[in-house]
Design a protein around this ligand. Sequence first.
Ligand SMILES: NC(=O)c1ccc[n+]([C@@H]2O[C@H](COP(=O)([O-])OP(=O)(O)OC[C@H]3O[C@@H](n4cnc5c(N)ncnc54)[C@H](OP(=O)(O)O)[C@@H]3O)[C@@H](O)[C@H]2O)c1
Length: 309
Amino acid sequence: MEYLTFHNGTAVPQLGLGTWQSPASHVTNAVVFAIRDAGYRHIDCAAVYKNEPAVGDAFSQLFPRVVPREDVFVTSKLWNSAHHPHDVRPACLQTLKDLELEYLDVYLMHWGIATRGGLGGNSKKMDHLAPVSIQETWHAMEKLVDEGLVRHIGVSNFTGIMLVDLLTYARYRPVMNQIELHPYNVQERLVQFCQGMGMCVTAYSPLGRPGNAITEAEPDEKAHHLFNEPIIKDVAASLGKTPAQVVLRWAVERGVCVIPKSTSEEHIMGNSKIFDFALTNEQMHRISSLDEHFRFVDPIAWDEVPYFD
Ligand SMILES: NC(=O)c1ccc[n+]([C@@H]2O[C@H](COP(=O)([O-])OP(=O)(O)OC[C@H]3O[C@@H](n4cnc5c(N)ncnc54)[C@H](OP(=O)(O)O)[C@@H]3O)[C@@H](O)[C@H]2O)c1
């Protein structure tokens, strides 16, 4: 395992396990296996994934008998419908209860979009947007740090300009921006900006969502298959590694965290074997040349907000 360091010195393991679309019936085993058997020390959760109680079952089996709580970095996220300052603390408390934890290592604002609905809401479409600014929500999240419910706060899906604005009023600076990052969406300038401002970047959908690769924005688009790209296959064959390991290593070498999702023990184990080899500069450049600014996740499909345009 390799670690990145926040500006306050906290270490974050570069490899984490994603849990989006992990069914509750499978995610408990996936988290236990990842931590107990495959060496993962970082789990990525979110209230909107609707499986935090099942992840909490795993944590209750693991902490402290198998591993001390403080050795595992746990992320969760505030959903869009709970942005109102009155909803932020209850949303965090619900997540802590579901995860059976006393604190989160980082709590992220999932998107910079506030929608109506309150806790448990999952509203869609623009007429459900709520008149709550990111600033109000951020200040409510800062109070969670003061109270010790979360160790750090950060953001997800924030663009450069959103970060510039946030930094003008943040009492606690975001430690992390979790963004969609894979060879089809390299985002070099945003990664450099975040790192230059002292923020860690976490790559979501780091494998390009194999097996689930139809973009939400363009559901009819033919699925991309990163693992079938000749460049990825060539590099993997030359190193005796799998395409998944090569794609994850490419991200790790850019100094970002990766959180591949899997409920398959074989994949969880395979995805962890990325710290015993390196890519050459030429291999890094070849993989980055696959960039086409392609997103698998885009809120235009569900909020009608042209977020990234
Ligand atoms: N902040 C956000 O807005 C946001 C958005 C999206 C995702 N995320 C986070 O990022 C995590 C990862 O992203 P993601 O789930 O979208 O995509 P991903 O991790 O790129 O891909 C997940 C898919 O890859 C399969 N897979 C995993 N390892 C594999 C391997 N070695 N070989 C072949 N297939 C493999 C998984 O199936 P199996 O389970 O069968 O292995 C699953 O279908 C999420 O789970 C979530 O925690 C955050």
